[in-house]
Design a protein around this ligand. Structure first.
Ligand SMILES: C=CC1=C(C)c2cc3[nH]c(cc4nc(cc5[nH]c(cc1n2)c(C)c5CCC(=O)O)C(CCC(=O)O)=C4C)c(C)c3C=C
Ligand SMILES: [Fe+2]
Ligand SMILES: [Fe+2]
Length: 369
């Protein structure tokens, strides 16, 4: 049989370490057509919608994909910018800043890229490009602080599917969560403190997390616990007592019961109970997106004010703030340290010399190269 070689690696001087940050993904444009494609891919993922496939196929294709794309397109139009979707440009900025920080610290053999679980750039295309650049050791950091099968495990599925097509897979490390990482907690707490310095402190601080169906919690998903732990650690860092903060869940989808308390009904209730001012922060979102801007900063503000509240402020996500990039570097540190010997670059022979050896071997075995 003809020796296939590994020509895709020949241009790399030295084996590289790859850091891949990922997020959910977003439509290519705030139009019905692009929304349909995005929602079809997203909502076809069995990690996201755990309903028997045949039943779900009919509901998705005959009902949801006929109604939701135009409704969602309208919502996306309200958050779209000259740079495109906020989730996309914040993630791009995060990758650029993280690359700069990690290369300064570890050297240029560390490559940082970002990918999206749904839509573009896909996990498969980015992993492919990283391997072609000579990445032999890969750390994947999904930017979901709290583990959830629908997000984190689904990202792993995409990584595994991509590597499943490769003959020569890299060494792989996959970070499943960082909900209690001290640098992440500190970064969120400091962002809240900075907001207080400029705007004063409201009667209540609301931690709002993306919801999931209650059924997933009952099946053993740790997401709910990790959200509460994050809230408790941030509140402790800020010195808040129980009466000064509250945790709730937003962004319901479908008819079944999701994690409670719901953010929208809680805000209405607080206003009715006489709470005049609230500040809302979403520590589960590493970047501002449709769910934080349109739903929290705009829609839920109306609910609170219409129900009698007087002041409503949204505290932005960490996005590409330096404190966030530094937290990511700290989260990655133990993984990168195990892969990198700082003084010598990476602790493995270069692919180039290895390739030469294998080519010689192939020749000796009588294979064509
Ligand atoms: C942060 C963690 C997230 C979890 C957990 C999550 C679960 C989850 N989401 C849906 C359905 C939708 N989510 C949508 C948008 C969306 N979701 C997250 C994050 C989590 N989702 C983000 C960051 C975004 C915003 C993307 C953007 O482009 O800005 C949407 C699309 C928007 C819409 O049509 O409303 C849907 C649908 C389910 C069913 C689910 C858990 C099972
Ligand atoms: Fe979602
Ligand atoms: Fe939403």
């Amino acid at each position: 049989m003809k020796y296939q070689g590994n020509s895709e690696f020949t241009h790399s001087q030295v084996d590289k370490v790859g850091v891949l940050i990922t997020n959910l993904g977003t439509p290519d444009a705030p139009q019905k057509k692009q929304l349909r494609a995005y929602l079809k891919e997203f909502l076809s993922d069995p990690r996201v919608v755990e309903v028997p496939r045949l039943i779900w196929w009919f509901i998705l294709n005959l009902v949801i994909l006929n109604i939701r794309p135009s409704r969602s397109a309208k919502a996306y139009k309200t958050v779209w910018t000259e740079r495109g979707s906020p989730l996309m440009y914040h993630t791009q900025d995060q990758a650029i800043a993280l690359r700069k920080t990690l290369q300064k610290h570890y050297g240029e053999h560390v490559i940082v890229e970002f990918a999206m679980r749904y839509g573009a750039p896909s996990v498969d295309s980015v992993i492919d490009s990283m391997l072609k650049q000579g990445v032999r050791k890969l750390v994947v950091l999904p930017l979901y602080p709290q583990y959830c099968a629908s997000t984190t495990a689904s990202t792993f599925d995409a990584v595994a599917a991509s590597l499943g097509k490769k003959r020569w897979m890299p060494e792989l490390q996959f970070i499943t969560h960082y909900h209690d990482n001290p640098d992440y907690i500190q970064a969120v707490a400091d962002k809240i403190r900075a907001h207080w310095q400029l705007n004063g402190q409201a009667d209540k601080l609301i931690f709002s997390f993306h919801g999931i169906p209650k059924r997933y919690l009952l099946k053993g998903d740790p997401y709910h616990c990790e959200c509460y732990k994050t809230s408790r650690l941030i509140a402790q860092n800020l010195g808040l007592d129980e009466s000064q903060h509250f945790t709730s869940f937003q962004s319901r989808f479908g008819r079944e019961e999701w994690l409670k308390p719901y953010t929208d009904s809680s805000l209405r209730q607080f206003a009715k109970d006489g709470i005049k001012s609230v500040q809302v922060v979403c520590p589960g979102f590493s970047a501002d997106c449709l769910e934080t801007i349109e739903e929290i900063a705009i829609e839920n503000r109306d609910y609170f004010l219409e129900a009698g509240g007087q002041s409503y402020q949204y505290i932005e996500a960490l996005n590409a703030d330096t404190a966030h990039i530094d937290a990511m570097s700290q989260i990655l540190k133990p993984y990168l340290s195990s892969m990198i010997n700082k003084s010598e670059g990476i602790n493995v022979p270069s692919v180039q010399s290895d390739l030469a050896n294998r080519q010689q071997l192939a020749k000796a075995l009588g294979a064509e190269n």
